[in-house]
Design a protein around this ligand. Structure first.
Ligand SMILES: [Ca+2]
Ligand SMILES: [Ca+2]
Ligand SMILES: [Ca+2]
Length: 280
């Protein structure tokens, strides 16, 4: 038996190109730290093992390293989608092609690199999924029924079909559904009730069940009418846009679950001869 060293195992490494960019929310411009830029070859194969930064960091930026010279397509992917959960943002193919989920390269702009120099500015501005009455966070709006007796019933929809259906907790017919919106940002719709006398109550839903934290909201006169429930500050939680019926004044509650985190008149006001068309 001989013992010795093997010599002259030489490597010649090529640096490769980097593709750099950022992913932001299209509506707010806020950086998205939950996206995964995916690099694919022109034939559609994912370029595996070459990304040292799989996901965007908290400032929304990303860098993929070690790319040999070639032509690539780059698209965003969401952490949620990667984990087989519901994603927050639609996927996007560079340059600006919105494709919801499962992007193909059709219509995308080629990102060419020479294997040495970096390519910067491969940026994305992606849209948040619109969910208005999605009770089970599957990105499909569901249908909430109310019977004349006061009973509430949900159809979990998938296109034309029902995935499931069930009654909700009983509540007096004196309470009316004001809106269905996601107040706590868990992607599952919550229910805002208003009593005939004006009281407000939020059901923070866990699917079709009442979750913890369901409670009354602060009192407000019945001359104030809910105009819309939308996310006005981009934190992923629906807020409440109020309008006073006689003056037309607009007032906002920024919500965090069933808590009014902040509130105030909008800094500009419009007279009653103006009607809000969106959001509604
Ligand atoms: Ca749904
Ligand atoms: Ca919710
Ligand atoms: Ca909000």
């Amino acid at each position: 038996m001989s013992v010795g060293a093997t010599t002259s195992l030489a490597f010649s490494l090529t640096r490769g190109s980097q593709i750099k960019g950022a992913v932001r929310d299209a509506a707010t411009g806020k950086p998205l730290g939950d996206s995964i830029p995916v690099v694919q070859s022109a034939s559609g194969d994912t370029v595996a093992g070459l990304t040292s930064s799989w996901y965007t960091t908290c400032d929304g930026t990303y860098t993929t390293r070690g790319l040999p010279a070639g032509s690539y397509f780059v698209r965003t992917r969401d952490w949620g989608a990667a984990l087989w959960k519901t994603s927050d943002h639609r996927e996007q193919l560079y340059d600006g092609v919105d494709c919801g989920t499962g992007c193909s390269n059709a219509g995308g702009t080629v990102v060419a690199v020479d294997g040495t120099n970096d390519r910067t500015g491969v940026d994305f501005a992606t849209m948040r999924w619109v969910r208005r009455s999605d009770m089970n966070a599957d990105r499909r709006s569901d249908i909430l029924w109310r019977h004349t007796s006061g009973a509430s019933y949900v159809w979990m929809m998938d296109g034309l079909s029902l995935r499931a259906s069930t009654y909700l907790a009983p509540i007096s017919a004196s309470w009316q559904v004001q809106a269905v919106a996601d107040f706590d940002g868990d992607r599952e719709a919550d229910i805002l009730w208003r009593h005939a006398l004006g009281a407000l109550y939020v059901w923070l839903m866990d699917g079709v069940n009442l979750g913890p934290g369901s409670t009354y909201l602060p009192p407000i006169g019945t001359n104030w009418v809910i105009q819309a429930l939308r996310d006005l500050d981009g934190d992923g939680k629906s807020d409440i846009l109020w309008r006073e019926s006689s003056s037309g004044s607009t007032y906002v509650w920024l919500m965090d679950g069933a808590t009014t985190r902040a509130s105030g008149y909008t800094t500009s006001q419009a007279g009653n001869d103006w009607t809000i068309q969106a959001p509604r």
